[in-house]
Design a protein around this ligand. Structure first.
Ligand SMILES: [Zn+2]
Length: 357
């Protein structure tokens, strides 16, 4: 089992100044950190990243990068954008701007690639893109960007659907979550649109893969082609890339709600089946917001992840594990986590008692 934690650069810098913080991490057998090295809300700061890496190197931790390439629908802790020429905010099917979400454009991909090259110079060996890298928000209908520029790009790529009145209203009925009742022609348009939005994310992954830096994509819970996330296509375009499954259930209320542990496991197993080799797959062991998933529920979540066969545990946001109780729990249970054998499959979920974790 490989357990790592996500942290902002400032968390590492502050941690290095507080007595015992690094030891606490080591005691939990955290092997390294995913450090937020690129975020569309601010320019990359090579000097700061180098400082963070020097500290972590000195403490015996590996430094991997995490990037937020398009913004995040929740805004999270960084509800701002630094706009660049050639970027635009995604528009939904009603034509409204999607909060804090950029569309994946040529320029946005080029800018991300340039930043990966800077990170390579700094010795960052792994770059993981946060689950904001998608063309749609959680669940719902097939999404994408419905601005006039993207619609025009679609009909250029798929001229068979080009007609005078093509627009959002042409797409609206065929992109409903449930495709039941659609004609063959409507299904073809639906598939073409999903191919189109997925091609953008897949190309992002391919073009930000540079020699010397292993690339990875974090997939949101139940993320799929509706959101432009085509896992088999990404695997084909980026052999050897890393994945993170999507789990959601970041707080006690959602984790404890009836049926949600099963939904979590079902989603993890579905993603794992598409992602391939378990060595390349990471968990989404997230606490959000601060302290909202108690240490005991985080313990249960990690046990559940291990039972699903996840070998790599990604503690997302150490900042939000805001009491020593989390680290005490991890230290006390790390051996039990390691010894937890995979036993869940899509077929046996119905017979599993999720209350015995
Ligand atoms: Zn657009």
């Amino acid at each position: 089992m490989d357990m790592r934690a996500c942290a902002a650069p400032d968390t590492i810098l502050r941690g290095s100044e507080s007595a015992g913080w690094m030891k606490k991490m080591r005691d939990c057998r955290i092997r390294g950190f995913f450090v937020t090295v690129y975020d569309v809300s601010e320019e990359i700061d090579p000097e700061k990243i180098a400082r963070v890496k020097r500290i972590l190197d000195g403490e015996g931790f590996e430094t991997w990068g995490i990037g937020l390439p398009v913004g995040h629908p929740a805004g999270l802790d960084t509800p701002r954008f630094t706009y660049h020429e050639g970027w635009h905010v995604r528009r939904d099917i009603d034509g409204n701007e999607c909060r804090w979400c950029n569309a994946v454009t040529d320029r946005l991909i080029r800018d991300a690639r340039e930043r990966v090259l800077i990170l390579r110079e700094l010795g960052i060996p792994v770059m993981f893109w946060d689950d904001d890298l998608r063309a749609g928000n959680y669940e719902g209908d097939v999404q994408g960007c419905f601005c006039s520029e993207c619609l025009a790009k679609f009909v250029r790529a798929y001229p068979e659907f080009d007609r005078k009145d093509f627009g959002r209203e042409t797409l609206r009925p065929v992109l409903k979550k449930d495709p039941a009742g659609l004609s063959e022609e409507e299904l073809a348009l639906r598939e073409a649109w999903m191919d189109f939005i997925s091609a953008g994310i897949t190309r992002f992954m391919r073009e930000t893969t540079v020699e010397g830096v292993r690339n990875g994509i974090m997939v949101m819970h139940r993320g799929d082609r509706r959101h432009g996330i085509d896992i088999p296509a990404i695997r084909k375009a980026c052999p050897g890339c890393l994945f993170r499954v999507g789990e959601l259930m970041f707080d006690d209320r959602s984790f404890e709600a009836p049926g949600n542990k099963r939904a979590l496991a079902e989603g993890v197993l579905r993603h794992m089946a598409l992602m391939g080799d378990p060595e390349r797959i990471w968990s989404e062991s997230t606490v959000y917001p601060h302290g909202a998933l108690t240490p005991e529920n985080l313990r249960k979540k990690i046990v559940l992840e291990r039972k699903c066969g996840l070998r790599n545990i990604n503690l997302m946001g150490v900042e939000r594990m805001n009491s020593d109780a989390y680290y005490e729990m991890l230290e006390k249970n790390v051996r039990a986590f390691e010894e937890t054998e995979p036993c869940l499959t899509p077929e046996n979920l119905d017979g599993f008692d999720f209350e015995t974790l």
